[in-house]
Ligand binder design. Structure first.
Ligand SMILES: [Zn+2]
Ligand SMILES: [Zn+2]
Length: 241
């Protein structure tokens, strides 16, 4: 029994390959596959605007006027995307240490925002049950620990997340998402004079969840939002337009 458990620990949590180091949950190939994100466009959050030399979605800046900056640790591109998805599904403190790698540059950038608190985007309760935790909150807590900024849960998930069994945001079609914008609510009694926050999510794909959450914060009197995500997906413009 003990040897069976031991051998299970020696398997990479992402690809299932053998591990040579029992303090790791990922094999060296998977560890190397996660791709660091470049600086993100301050207007739209895309990782490619900088390379293009201009913003690829300038209209997004206007729609999310509260958002001043975007940052992400990783690019959501294969093969690293699978590793990050495995972390979302099977996260644990040891796995967290391999994915959530702190560096001084991140601290500097986050403190430079002058935010007063770190706000995780809430997830569906059903998903939290399934995963046993909320990845966005794990990231927010990690940022809080390393910056000494408090984590504040001031967003309530959209009511239809609480009521029904909606498809996961990522599985909804683009048209469906446009027609049914997510309506987060800020919990007014918990705002307590906050005016600037760092909004945290795990994966940013279309950016619509971030935008909806920041709009709710704006309605509650918050004037500036800086976004931090674990991973950002380069937009597939032709599919989304
Ligand atoms: Zn692996
Ligand atoms: Zn841009």
């Amino acid at each position: 029994m003990a040897s069976l458990m031991f051998s299970l620990l020696w398997v990479c949590n992402s690809c299932g390959g053998r591990l040579s180091d029992n303090n790791a949950l990922l094999c060296p190939a998977c560890l190397q596959a996660i791709h660091p994100a470049p600086p993100l466009c301050p207007s739209c959050g895309s990782p490619v605007c900088d390379r293009l030399g201009k913003c690829e979605s300038p209209w997004l800046a206007e729609e999310s006027s509260l958002i001043r900056s975007y940052a992400a640790l990783y690019l959501l591109i294969e093969p690293g995307y699978s590793v990050l998805r495995a972390w979302k599904k099977r996260g644990s403190p040891i796995f967290d240490r391999q994915i959530l790698r702190w560096d001084e540059e991140t601290r500097r950038k986050l403190l430079e925002t002058q935010a007063q608190a770190i706000v995780p985007i809430p997830q569906q309760i059903k998903r939290s049950w399934k995963l046993g935790r909320s990845p966005a909150e794990v990231i927010a807590r990690w940022l809080s620990k390393n910056t000494a900024l408090p984590m504040r849960r001031i967003l309530r998930p959209p009511s239809r997340w609480l009521a029904g069994q909606p498809p996961r945001q990522a599985q909804r079609s683009v048209q469906e998402r446009m027609e049914n914008p997510l309506r987060f609510k800020a919990i007014e009694s918990r705002i307590g004079g906050l005016t600037q926050v760092i909004l945290v999510d795990d994966f940013m794909t279309s950016g619509r969840t971030i935008k909806a959450a920041s709009q709710a914060l704006g309605k509650a009197g918050i004037g500036r939002v800086d976004v931090f995500c674990l991973g950002v997906r380069p937009r597939l413009r032709r599919l989304e337009e």
